[in-house]
Design a protein around this ligand. Structure first.
Ligand SMILES: [Zn+2]
Length: 406
């Protein structure tokens, strides 16, 4: 059984997450896949395979050395994005791809062109895997799941590879931000971990945004519009004026990249009496979130003064830049660089303009950078991966197990 065989099996299980559900996991398909994975891991001889009622699978690859070395964790998520259909995924392997356009059969307008995707253009001769045009592929993150299961198989088949305890976790509902919610860090018992949930070969991510969400509410006064003269105060108009004053050429998702943060109004609940604007605050430097909050509050206060509304605010922490934790454990990132180099690749390090489960796990006491798994165009019907990317990621995982043994 190869990593590609495993991947092709996992993507056929519909594990699309659902943010409207309050159960954990949010959809039953995730448990179906977890049960299959638990059985497969047991068949391979992986120890301590447990699947709890919330859909968290944990397992152990026992040490092959007598010395006591810290346990390392490998983590991937089984759910797929709610933004795209994930049922009836039909993976297609384009063996020894010759560089020509890949037209997906279920939707002839869905075309992967080498000219549009330099990362694809670099994979001529590789076995490219796509979906059929109607759904996503689910490489995010079934690539990571397949990589970890295959690394476990390889480590178990080669007891001569020296390594300490390797812990495995497959989590639900990462795509809706809940993957870390019920993750039992103490029970996992690893000194550090890696999520295999990244893009091109060599990628290594250990910086994420710090993130808060703000609610800005304008309180107006509603009355019958026919008799409102001199009385009505329209909170919708106040909110519109406020949104219009938010920065546009800077501090906006549409106009920033790299290490720039942003202030992003993304939802509005509007009525004349009360209008609430939800605003995402994002920066790589946590202290700047406070400056963003002050900017939002000042703009809203000005508008409230001009319009006769009252402005109310709440701020909620979402996640923090994992680097704040990982800087205290430089060896965890360094070992990933070394594992990537030993797979014949150059580490490619870039900040994540978002958060991962690793951002939250790092602050829960499990420092967790993110390693590539060969995911491309994720959350899209043009999602793809390649057999060669998957195999490189397996090598990196096996290398990590060995490097952690010192
Ligand atoms: Zn993912």
């Amino acid at each position: 059984m190869t990593v590609l065989d495993r991947f092709l099996r996992y993507v056929r299980v519909d594990t699309r997450a659902d943010e409207r559900s309050s159960s954990c996991p949010s959809t039953p398909g995730q448990l179906v896949l977890q049960e299959q994975l638990a059985a497969e891991l047991r068949d391979l001889g992986v120890a301590d395979v447990t699947l709890d009622e919330h859909g968290y699978l944990m397992a152990t690859i026992p040490a092959t050395i007598g010395r006591d070395v810290p346990a390392v964790g490998f983590i991937a998520h089984v759910d797929t994005s709610p933004e795209m259909p994930g049922d009836g995924v039909t993976p297609i392997v384009h063996r020894d791809w010759d560089g020509r356009d890949i037209v997906l059969p279920d939707d002839p307008t869905a075309v992967l062109r080498a000219a549009d995707y330099p990362e694809l253009a670099a994979q001529i001769g590789h076995d490219i895997v796509t979906a059929s045009g109607r759904t996503l592929l689910g490489a995010d993150d079934k690539a990571g799941v397949a990589v970890i299961v295959s690394a476990a198989a390889e480590l178990l088949a080669h007891p001569e590879i020296p390594h300490g305890v390797v812990r495995i976790a497959f989590t639900p509902d990462e795509e809706i931000g809940r993957g870390a919610n019920r993750f039992d860090v103490a029970r996992f018992g690893a000194a550090g971990a890696y999520t295999f949930d990244g893009g091109s070969v060599g990628e290594l991510e250990f910086e994420s945004f710090s993130a808060d969400v703000m609610q800005v509410t304008f309180v107006g006064f509603n009355t019958h519009p026919g008799y409102a003269k001199g009385q009505m105060i329209n909170a919708i108009k106040a909110a519109a004026r406020f949104v219009d004053r938010l920065p546009g050429d800077r501090l906006s998702p549409e106009t920033t990249g790299g290490y720039d943060g942003y202030v992003h109004p993304y939802q509005m609940d509007a009525s004349v009496d009360r209008t609430t604007v939800r605003v995402l605050l994002r920066d790589f430097v946590t202290a700047r979130l406070r400056e963003q909050q002050q900017l939002v509050e000042a703009l809203a206060a000005d508008v409230a003064g001009e319009t006769g509304t009252r402005a109310e605010f709440t701020v909620q922490e979402q996640y923090r830049n994992m680097r704040e934790v990982l800087d205290r454990y430089p060896e965890i990132v360094e070992r990933a660089r070394e594992a990537i180099r030993q797979a014949g690749l150059t580490p490619r390090e870039k900040p994540i303009r978002g958060g991962t489960d690793g951002s939250r796990l790092s602050f829960m006491g499990l420092p967790t950078p993110n390693v590539f798994a060969g995911e491309h165009n994720f959350h899209s019907r043009l999602e793809w991966t390649s057999r060669q990317d998957l195999e490189k990621a397996v090598q990196v995982a096996v290398n990590l197990a060995r490097i952690w043994a010192g």
